[in-house]
Design a protein around this ligand. Structure first.
Ligand code: NAP
Ligand code: GLV
Length: 312
C-alpha cells in the first residue's frame, strides 16, 4: 500500500517523535517536515499546531488542515489560512484519556484539600481534617464536548454530583446537563468545584470572572484546563483574597510560559501546571488522522471540522 504523505509544519522539535510514531503504527502515513522557503506541490494533507508564516503559498495542492490540538483559536485567527480548506481539530483517545486523568486528579486534590496535608508534612505536623463524601460535592464542567463529556462521566463514576454546561442540549448518564447562556446561573449555583473545558471564543473569553465566582459555593475551587483567556486573573486573585474562592489549579495562561513574576506562581492556594493537562499522543493521533484521510478520499464527510464562524 502506498503511504499517504502528511506534511508537518512548525513542529521541528517534535518531528522525530512523530516520525518514530508513524513508523511504529500501521497508520500508513509518510511524515515529511516542512522547510521554510521550499515549495510542496502534491501535498494534500498538513498537520500544524500554531500559525507558520508564508506556509500556505508553498502548498498549492493542500486539501485538508489537521490541527495538532483540540483548541484551534490561533489557527482560526490566522488570516493566511485559506477559508476554503477544512480545518480539523484533534480528537483522539490519548488526548481524551490524559485530560480525564488530569481532571480527576485535580478534582480529587481540591476535594480532599491535599495542600493542607502537604503543608503539614513540610512541618512534620500530623493534621487530620474532615472532608465530605464525593456524593456531597457538586462539580460542574464548563464545556461538555469531547473532553468535558469524558471527564464528566469519570467524575460521575466516582460518585460526585456532576453538572455540565454546553451550547446545545446534551444527555449524559448521571450528569445534570445545562445548555445555553440562560442556564448558566442555574448550572453554577452552589458548585464546590468548577472545571473549565471550553474552547476560547469571543463568547467564552473572560467567562471565569468575579460575577461567575460569586455564584459558586463559598471557597469553591477552580480547575482551568481550557485556555488562559477564559480567566480574568485579577478577579481570581481578589476572590481568593476575600475568601469567595478557596483554591485553584491553573494549567493555561494569558502568556505561556507564565512569566516568573506572575502572582499565581507563589500563591499558596493556586496550583500551577505548565499547559500539561493533556497532550496529543502521536501514535493514536496518527491512526485517527489516517482514518479521516481514508474517509475524505472515499468522499465521506470529515469529522470534527472547525466552524470558523462559531470559533471552535
Ligand atoms: P469540543 O468537543 O469542541 O467541546 C467544546 C464544548 O464547549 C462543547 O460542549 C460546546 O458546546 C461548549 N461550548 C463552546 N462555546 C460555548 C458557549 N458559548 N456556551 C456554552 N458552551 C459552549 O472541544 P474539546 O475537544 O472538548 O476541547 C475543549 C477545549 O479544551 C479546547 O478548545 C482547548 O481549549 C482545551 N484543551 C486544553 C488542553 C490542555 O492541555 N490544557 C488540552 C486539550 C484541550 P456544544 O457541544 O453545544 O457545541
Ligand atoms: C491543547 O491545549 C490542545 O488544545 O490540544
Amino acid at each position: 500500500m502506498t503511504k499517504k504523505r502528511l506534511l508537518l509544519a512548525g513542529m521541528e522539535d517534535y518531528f522525530e517523535t512523530w516520525r518514530r510514531a508513524a513508523d511504529s503504527t500501521a497508520a500508513g502515513l509518510d511524515l515529511v517536515p516542512y522547510v521554510p522557503g521550499q515549495a510542496f506541490p502534491g501535498f494534500p494533507y498538513l498537520l500544524i499546531w500554531r500559525p507558520v508564516p508564508e506556509l500556505f503559498a508553498s502548498l498549492p495542492d493542500l486539501r485538508v488542515i489537521f490541527c495538532l490540538g483540540a483548541g484551534t483559536e490561533r489557527l482560526i485567527a490566522d488570516p493566511s489560512i485559506p477559508a476554503r480548506l477544512p480545518l480539523v481539530r484533534m480528537v483522539e483517545p490519548g488526548l481524551t484519556q490524559c485530560m480525564v486523568d488530569y481532571v480527576l486528579w485535580r478534582v480529587l486534590y481540591h476535594h480532599r484539600r491535599m495542600w493542607e496535608l502537604e503543608e503539614a508534612q513540610a512541618q512534620a505536623r500530623w493534621a487530620q481534617h474532615l472532608y465530605p463524601a464525593a456524593w456531597e460535592r457538586k462539580v460542574g464542567i464548563l464545556g461538555l464536548g469531547t473532553l468535558g463529556q469524558a471527564c464528566a462521566e469519570k467524575l460521575a463514576e466516582f460518585e460526585f454530583q456532576v453538572r455540565g454546561w454546553s451550547r446545545s442540549p446534551k444527555s449524559v448518564a448521571k450528569v445534570a446537563c445545562f445548555a445555553g447562556t440562560e442556564t448558566l446561573g442555574e448550572f453554577l449555583a452552589g458548585l464546590d468545584i468548577l472545571v473549565c473545558l471550553l474552547p476560547l471564543t469571543p463568547e467564552t473569553k473572560g467567562i471565569l470572572n468575579a460575577d461567575l465566582f460569586a455564584r459558586l459555593a463559598p471557597r469553591a475551587a477552580l480547575v482551568n484546563a481550557g485556555r488562559g483567556g477564559h480567566l480574568v486573573d485579577d478577579d481570581l486573585l481578589a476572590a481568593l483574597a476575600d475568601g469567595r474562592m478557596g483554591s485553584a489549579t491553573l494549567d493555561v495562561f494569558h502568556r505561556e510560559p507564565l512569566p516568573p513574576d506572575h502572582p499565581f506562581w507563589l500563591h499558596p492556594r493556586v496550583f500551577v501546571t505548565p499547559h500539561y493537562a493533556s497532550e496529543t499522543h502521536p501514535p493514536s493521533a496518527l491512526v485517527e488522522i489516517a482514518r479521516q484521510i481514508e474517509r475524505f478520499e472515499q468522499g465521506a464527510t470529515l469529522e470534527h471540522v472547525v466552524d470558523r464562524q462559531r470559533g471552535y
